[in-house]
Design a protein around this ligand. Sequence first.
Ligand code: HEC
Ligand code: HEC
Length: 495
Amino acid sequence: MKRLLLRSHSHSRSSCATWVKCLGASLLVAAGLAACGEGGGTGTAAQSTGADRVFPNPTSPPPTLGDFDGDFAAFMAKAAALKPEIMQRQMALLQLRYDLANRAEGGPASCKTSRGKPVQTGVRVKTPPGLGFRELAGMTPAAIKDADAFPAGFLPLPHPNHPVGGMVFPVSSIDGIKRQTGRDLTRFDLDFDLPEHLLPEFPPAIFLTTRKDLGDVSRGQLVTTENFWALFKDILNPKQLDGLRLLLTPFPQQQFNLTSDRNSARPSLGVACFDCHINGSTNGATHQVGDIRPQAMRNRIDTTSLRGVAMQPIFGSQRGLASVEDFTEFEQRAAYFDGDPEAATRKGLNPLERGSQVHNMAEMQKILDFPPSKLDPLGKLDRSRATESELRGEGLFFGKAQCATCHSGVAFTDGTLHDLQVERFFRHRLINGQQTKDDGPIKTFTLRGVKDTPPYFHDGRLLTLDDTVEFFNLVLGLRLGDDEKQDLVAYMCAL
Ligand code: HEC
Ligand code: HEC
């Protein structure tokens, strides 16, 4: 019995008797969208729907290798045929929630990414018909909940195919990595969902704490196994070089591996840390958190930047791991395989040696710096370079808007987790196969270099800095004016 229970907590795909059944389940959810998704606006039909009522009984044993080898080609064909419908469902959800336009005008003129691209502007989260953010700000959380008026874009964002999950890479990264290394991170069953213009600049710049004088050491290139030696041999010590080599080396993972239990057309050597943490920052690649069960309740997670990890005390949105070394081990041992040691053994776990490999990888990560800012040595805006709007934003940040209650210190994080209690504003529901739940305590993410790393929040539910200000205005009851909101955005751009 215990074994059965354990099985019921294993990886999504393994939870179904066969892969096909699992796909069937995701279609079932797709079909149910009209009745229980957020699209209808009322969200009543699916309130407090238990995941088990929608998904097949998750206690069946995982498929054996025999199942996979039997008809990989047939499975792939079936999954590929279903892909358009799954993507359509997800894109419909995004359209309902957000203005997805490619728009970088109207914000602070100086708001550019570290390599000079204008940052996307404006509030992208849509409000319910007849209600603007101003009206919502005048309502209590209970009244918003009763009227089901919480903007849909403030709700948890599901994975592109929540019932199945797994790593999904934006197309710019897939193309760049394939061009340089020949490795193909395309999934036959799924594509990344958010449009490229709402993702971080590709490839991002790299700044080193050890060589501030050099500026962007990526020289505008995507760093892979192909060019890392030429780019870094003269500026890193041998330990750091070895760490970087390992951060760029692919290791087997749940969706990308050499068995036929995979989601790539051809057998894959796996993924590298820097496939997601591209150039030590992020490309917005997504995944699901390994810790939560059942599958429907797992959080989508947006790749965090590794810049400035040396200046932060805890790691992971909810794990609170105490060191970069611990998180490096955790990524490979647990996150790569959805917290399922059985799958890891079958597909090829690559345990890293703590005393050498893990330390070298961590040492390399710890010299990744935040991008240049307008801050002075005390962490306040340099008045000789800051605009009026940025200075007003700083005043609000440390004053009326109370942001610094949590975003404090050198990295603009208090180094702990906070429960924002967003569930005060909405009733739980099923959204494209994700069962919403109380988020609970989440890491206060750093705000240094934040303009470079959209989308925002642990699941990427917010697309612009303007969205984050609207979110906190409502959730913290701040009652900020329109000009004040813009000043806060301008300030965050300067960090
Ligand atoms: C699928 C893309 C992906 C890959 C591959 C990946 N990561 Fe991550 N990484 C993430 C995501 C997503 C998070 C955020 C986790 C969370 O929210 O709990 C993260 C978080 C981290 C953090 C914590 C950052 C913080 O500020 O809390 C570290 C450190 C890290 N990863 C290192 C690594 C290392 C080392 C590797 C390779 C062994 C790796 N990652 C591989 C996506 C990835
Ligand atoms: C009570 C603590 C708290 C306060 C006050 C607070 N934040 Fe945050 N902030 C958080 C937490 C926790 C997260 C992560 C939320 C999540 O991922 O679900 C976060 C995330 C963010 C992010 C996204 C960072 C990223 O990389 O994804 C931005 C931007 C942000 N906050 C800006 C602000 C601003 C601006 C204010 C003031 C108006 C503010 N915060 C006030 C705790 C706080």
